[in-house]
Design a protein. Structure first.
Length: 255
């Protein structure tokens, strides 16, 4: 058995998220926390601690959408499945988060390209895979190779409404991408909207969850290490009450 880490390291990275949604981490080392430790035990002094040192602690100010994470249908819209209350991240069925994986290799597609159902079907034909209910579908885009570098937020293709519904219509309920978003990068969508004035193109892959709820991982990493199929994805999200997403240590198991 071999495990492949599909998650990015959670850190302050100016190129991983927009400036309005940056990770902030405060690191407190063993010396900085010594006074706080001895204050809990009257009569104890810092000199009494081994080498005068206490514990290391980190304080984080982050969004549930920083780092590798899983979006719940609640993130896309308040309803799913044509009018039912949308599911939050603490309600994801655990059995959906450990299933056979399938990788769609779309690294050749241009940045901002919106993947169609026909292109998904063509890629499945190329790799010789027929989707089964609850397969976890991972999308390998050009963005994965430049995570943490300038241009990441604008890189990679996105999954359109019809491509997303193609998957969910076949029983897929968990998907993922190595790009910043399941949809095409906002910068490219904004240009298309300026030309067409069609609001239906904005966040169309996410909004497909209104018709069929699904869970979606973003900012995966290392998908190029995976075969097209024949592996298991393990991706349990952190359980946050009523939340739109949860951080996820996604891994692939290859037997």
């Amino acid at each position: 058995m071999r495990l492949v880490d599909l998650s990015v390291t959670l850190r302050h990275d100016p190129h991983a998220d927009p400036s309005t949604n940056q990770v902030e981490i405060t690191y407190l080392d063993h010396d900085q926390t010594a006074e706080g430790m001895v204050a809990r035990f009257p009569g104890l002094s810092v000199a009494d601690l081994p080498e005068g040192k206490a514990w290391a602690v980190e304080k984080l100010h982050i969004s549930t959408h920083n780092g590798t994470h899983m979006d719940a249908p609640w993130h896309y819209h308040p309803t799913m499945d044509r009018g039912q209350p949308a599911t939050t991240i603490d309600q994801v069925p655990l059995e959906w988060c450990m299933k056979p994986g399938v990788k769609l290799d779309f690294r050749h597609l241009t940045d901002g390209h919106v993947v169609t159902a026909a292109e998904v079907e063509q890629e499945l034909d190329r790799i010789g895979h027929q989707l089964a209910p609850l397969d976890i579908v991972l999308v390998n885009t050009r963005a994965g190779a430049i995570y943490g570098q300038p241009g990441y937020l604008d890189a990679g293709c996105g999954m359109g409404r019809e491509a997303t519904l193609y998957l969910t219509d076949r029983g897929v309920r968990v998907v993922g991408t190595d790009a910043w978003s399941w949809d095409a990068p906002f910068s490219h969508t904004a240009k298309r909207f300026a030309a067409t004035k069609d609001p239906a193109i904005i966040w169309e892959g996410h909004k497909a969850g209104m018709e069929c709820g699904y869970f979606q991982m973003e900012k995966l990493h290392g998908l190029e290490q995976l075969p097209a199929a024949g592996f298991t994805v393990i991706c349990f999200p952190v359980k946050i009450e009523g939340a739109s997403a949860g951080w996820t240590r996604a891994v692939a198991r290859l037997d």
